[in-house]
Design a protein around this ligand. Structure first.
Ligand code: 8OZ
Length: 367
C-alpha cells in the first residue's frame, strides 16, 4: 500500500516521499528577482519530496502581480540558481512553475504600460496585487486586448526558452506548466474567456491548441520526464468558467497522455477554497481514468485542502503525489509533522503576499 513517506520515481526525478509543496505566490521578489531570503524559505522546506516554486513569469508580458519572480532575465536566473543550490544542498528536488497571467494583469506591470493580453478582449472581474510606496493593495485587473494569432508562436517560444533556462541556467530539476487558475492557458481553454473565431477558439480542440503547443514545445526542449502540468477544471479563480469542463479536460488529458509527462497536477474544486464548487460538478476519477486509458504513465498529483487522512485515502485511491499549500507556508517541516502526527502551526494569511521574513522564513519547526 502506498504511503506518503515512500520514495517514488516521477519521470526523471527521484523523490524521497510523496509530499509535494504546492506553488504559492508570495510577492517577495522585487524586480522579479528571488532573493537570499527566497533561498532560505525554499531550503527550509526541502524535506518535501518535491518543491514546486511559486508561479514564475516566462516573460515581462506574462507578469501580473507586484514582486513576483521571473525567469526571463539573467539576474532572475541567478537569483533562482541560489535557490536551487540551497535546496539541492539539503537533498531536495525543485521544479519551477512557468506562468503567463494573460488578462490577469495591470497596465502598470506590462511592457510600456500596454494592455494585458488575452484570448479575447474580456476583462476578468478579479483583482491583482500591486505594491506602491511600499504598501500592497488589491486592484481590479486592466482591460485586455485579444492576441493576434501571429503572436502565439512567440508565446510558445517564451515558454520554451523559460524551460531551457530553468534547467540550464537556474539549476531546476524540472518545470511545471501553469495551466490552471484562470491564467493565460486556462483562459484559452475555457469558454468564459475565449470567444475567438480562429483556430484557437470555438471547438474544444481549438481551445486546447495553445496549451498543447506549449506543452509539446517544453517537452521537446527539456524532455518529458522533467515536465509537469497543473490544471484546475472547475475553479472559479480569476473569474474563469467553462461550459463543459468534463468534456474539455477529458480531451486535454487524452491528448497529453502520449507525451510522457512526469506528472499531472489537478486542483480539485476552488483553488484554496472548497473542494466542491456549487453548480460545477466534476468527476476527477473519470479524468484520471481517461488519462490512464490514453496511455498516461506519469504521476497523478492531487491538491486542495488535504490533511493526512485525506491524503492517505487519495493514495489508496490511485493518486501518486499529494500537494499541500498553506500548510507548507506555516510548517517548513510539514513532512516530519505528518509523519509524527504532530499538530500544524496555523498560517497567517496577512503575511501571504509581500513583506519580508515575517510569515515567510520565521515559522518554527518542531525541534
Ligand atoms: C494567489 C495570489 C496571486 C497569484 C495562482 C499564481 O492562483 C497564483 C496566485 C495565487 O495560481
Amino acid at each position: 500500500m502506498k504511503s506518503l513517506f515512500d520514495p517514488v520515481q516521477v519521470g526523471a526525478l527521484h523523490l524521497s516521499n510523496r509530499v509535494v509543496m504546492a506553488p504559492l505566490t508570495r510577492n517577495r521578489s522585487p524586480n522579479a528577482v528571488p532573493t537570499a531570503l527566497t533561498a532560505q524559505y525554499y531550503a527550509q522546506r526541502a524535506s518535501a519530496g518535491l518543491l514546486i516554486t511559486e508561479a514564475t513569469a516566462i516573460s515581462h508580458q506574462g507578469q501580473g502581480y507586484a514582486d513576483v519572480p521571473g525567469l526571463y532575465g539573467s539576474e532572475q536566473l541567478a537569483g533562482w540558481k541560489r535557490v536551487t543550490h540551497a535546496v539541492h544542498e539539503r537533498g531536495g528536488r525543485i521544479v519551477c512553475q512557468l506562468w503567463h497571467v494573460g488578462r490577469v494583469s495591470h497596465v502598470t506591470l506590462q511592457p510600456d504600460g500596454g494592455k494585458p493580453v488575452a484570448p479575447s478582449a474580456i476583462t476578468a472581474r478579479t483583482k491583482t496585487f500591486l505594491i506602491e510606496d511600499g504598501g500592497g493593495s488589491f486592484v481590479p485587473t486592466s482591460e485586455p486586448r485579444a492576441l493576434d494569432a501571429s503572436e502565439l508562436p512567440g508565446i510558445v517560444q517564451d515558454f520554451r526558452n523559460a524551460a531551457r533556462h530553468a534547467i540550464a541556467s537556474a539549476g531546476f530539476d524540472g518545470v511545471e506548466i501553469h495551466g490552471a487558475n484562470g491564467y493565460l492557458l486556462d483562459q484559452f481553454l475555457k469558454t468564459g474567456a475565449n470567444q475567438r473565431k480562429d483556430d484557437y477558439g470555438g471547438s474544444i480542440a481549438n481551445r486546447a491548441r495553445l496549451l498543447l503547443e506549449v506543452t509539446r514545445a517544453v517537452v521537446e526542449e527539456i524532455g518529458a520526464g522533467r515536465v509537469g502540468l497543473r490544471l484546475s477544471p472547475v475553479t472559479p479563480a480569476n473569474d474563469i468558467v467553462d461550459a463543459d469542463p468534463q468534456a474539455l479536460f477529458d480531451y486535454v488529458v487524452r491528448q497529453l497522455a502520449p507525451l510522457g509527462l512526469a506528472y499531472v497536477h489537478v486542483v480539485e474544486g476552488a483553488t484554496g477554497g472548497p473542494r466542491e464548487v456549487e453548480g460545477r460538478p466534476f468527476d476527477y476519477d473519470a479524468l484520471r481514468r481517461a488519462w490512464r486509458e490514453a496511455g498516461g504513465k506519469g504521476a497523478w498529483m492531487v491538491n486542495n485542502g488535504y490533511d493526512k487522512a485525506l491524503a492517505q485515502k487519495a493514495l489508496e485511491h490511485e493518486a501518486d503525489l499529494v500537494a499541500f499549500g498553506r500548510a507548507f507556508i506555516a510548517n517548513p517541516d510539514l513532512v516530519e509533522r505528518l509523519r509524527a502526527n504532530a499538530p500544524w502551526n496555523p498560517w497567517d494569511s496577512k503575511t501571504f503576499y509581500g513583506g519580508g521574513e515575517k510569515g515567510y522564513t520565521d515559522y518554527p519547526t518542531l525541534k
